[in-house]
Design a protein around this ligand. Structure first.
Ligand SMILES: *[C@@H]1O[C@H](CO)[C@@H](O)[C@H](O)[C@H]1NC(C)=O
Ligand SMILES: *[C@@H]1O[C@H](CO)[C@@H](O)[C@H](O)[C@H]1NC(C)=O
Ligand SMILES: *[C@@H]1O[C@H](CO)[C@@H](O)[C@H](O)[C@H]1NC(C)=O
Ligand SMILES: *[C@@H]1O[C@H](CO)[C@@H](O)[C@H](O)[C@H]1NC(C)=O
Ligand SMILES: *[C@@H]1O[C@H](CO)[C@@H](O)[C@H](O)[C@H]1NC(C)=O
Length: 408
């Protein structure tokens, strides 16, 4: 199935683009354009997150917190004396906290730290750092019965509460895609608490109102989930993409031998928005290395439900009968975005095809006027992935955030 999708969709698209853009005459030309020389591996590629943080900053801390429903989350801090503020970075789907230190010396986390902030790197249940639970183990399907709702309601509650307790300062939450969705769950469902713990919620490419994009996910992931919902052939608690799963290991070894950076850039662009020249090729090996965080199918299905509902950000839909039990309603309620009491800053990519500018407009209009005092920021030429792998991302995206923080 997967191999067929690759053969039928990806290969022709690559071939068409090649023919159009590259003016290929010889095979040699093709090979040298596509297969960069295997570079000397940077030590960051194999190092663990603590070693990477210490290499560039000299300081790191590892923390653990237990959620109300028993998950034990391990997460990281790059501490600073007398900081200008506390930044909490929450990762997107298929990644974990390591993503924020995956841009070598120019990593997003180090950028904030060098600018004088106390930086915390969050993790959510199920990922590489969060596979412990007081009673369950990851081999128990019950462990995987969660979506971004639980990440927002339980994980963010535990993490932000802990950081607030340790630092005594309100947190600036920076959530990226899935990290933004679960941030919005926290800010709306626990709106009173958030107003005490959180100074500002930055939602980057927030995957809350997905409807109008033209990403290839529409033609691959969505039909798959359509069939899954019709035929129910998989338990929604089955997981996908564990970081060390065999096919990702094969992908990584193949890539180490034949580092076809353009293939990765094009593949990412097909799903995230067509900006192949913006993506920084120097970061590709690191992205290949870090991609793949274990998640249950239920998360994808929850996103799919919001997509087919017409782009409404609602709680998980269990079907009429079970909804009545869980919510006392036939249909799952919408997240009460109108209840949000903290400022929310939307930062989005002009060329994001997964969550497109029109989708962000929908979110913007649903937020209370007081929350949108910071407005929204469009990043020219960026797709859904460029917030970590685009050229000059720190100057274009994160410098702007710091300027806003220092003005307000
Ligand atoms: C790739 O390797 C060949 C032979 O080792 C060398 O001549 C060429 O300059 C290298 N290309 C790049 C882009 O490093
Ligand atoms: C990262 O290291 C490179 C090469 O050592 C250097 O040219 C560059 O200025 C550094 N970037 C940052 C943000 O420190
Ligand atoms: C999953 O959790 C929900 C509530 O969080 C519960 O209603 C449901 O029965 C659980 N489903 C399974 C299959 O464990
Ligand atoms: C908030 O989350 C709780 C716990 O999952 C849930 O029971 C409740 O329905 C949610 N309320 C809203 C409005 O999202
Ligand atoms: C992004 O979209 C704009 C407007 O549709 C277009 O003009 C621009 O060329 C695109 N940028 C890239 C890098 O593709």
């Amino acid at each position: 199935m997967k191999a067929k999708i690759i053969l039928c969709v990806v290969v022709p698209l690559l071939a068409i683009n090649l023919a159009r853009n590259q003016n290929l005459t010889t095979i040699k030309n093709f090979v040298s354009k596509f297969f960069d020389n295997a570079t000397n591996q940077h030590p960051d590629i194999d190092d663990n997150i603590v070693d990477i943080i210490e290499r560039y900053t000299g300081v790191s801390e590892t923390h653990q917190v237990q959620t109300e429903d028993g998950y034990i989350l391990t997460f990281f801090r790059i501490p600073r004396q007398n900081p200008k503020g506390v930044i909490f970075l929450q990762h997107p789907i298929f990644f974990d906290a390591r993503l924020w230190v995956s841009q070598y010396n120019d990593s997003v986390a180090f950028f904030f730290w060098k600018e004088g902030y106390d930086v915390w790197l969050g993790n959510t249940r199920g990922n590489l750092f969060c596979q412990d639970h007081v009673t369950l183990t990851p081999s128990d399907p019950k462990f995987w019965n969660f979506s971004f709702h639980e990440m927002g309601y339980y994980d963010n509650h535990a993490l932000i509460g802990y950081i607030y307790g340790q630092t005594g300062a309100k947190v600036v939450y920076v959530g990226y895609s899935l990290g933004a969705s679960n941030g919005l769950v926290y800010a709306s469902n626990r709106s009173d608490e958030a107003s005490k713990t959180t100074r500002l919620m930055v939602v980057m490419a927030p995957a809350s109102h997905i409807r109008r994009g033209t990403s290839a996910a529409k033609y691959t992931v969505a039909p798959f989930l359509y069939l899954q919902n019709k035929l129910n052939f998989l338990d929604l608690r089955s997981t996908i993409l564990r970081h060390d799963i065999w096919y990702l290991r094969v992908l990584r070894s193949t890539f180490a031998l034949f580092p076809c950076k353009k293939c990765i850039v094009y593949l990412t662009s097909i799903f995230s928005g067509w900006t192949p020249d913006v993506m920084d090729p120097d970061l590709i090996d690191m992205s290949v290395q870090r991609f793949g965080s274990e998640i249950p199918l239920k998360i994808l299905n929850h996103f799919y439900q919001t997509y087919v509902s017409g782009g409404h950000f609602h709680l998980y839909d269990y079907g009429e009968e079970e909804n009545l039990e869980v919510y006392g309603l036939k249909k799952p309620p919408l997240y009460p975005l109108g209840d949000i009491k903290i400022p929310v800053l939307i930062v989005y990519g002009q060329n994001d095809s997964f969550v497109c500018p029109d989708d962000h407009e929908v979110l913007y209009n649903l937020l209370p006027k007081k929350s949108t005092a910071f407005g929204k920021v469009m990043i020219e030429g960026f797709n859904h992935a460029d917030f970590v792998s685009g050229r000059s991302r720190n100057e274009k995206v994160y410098r702007k955030m710091i300027e806003l923080l220092e003005k307000n």
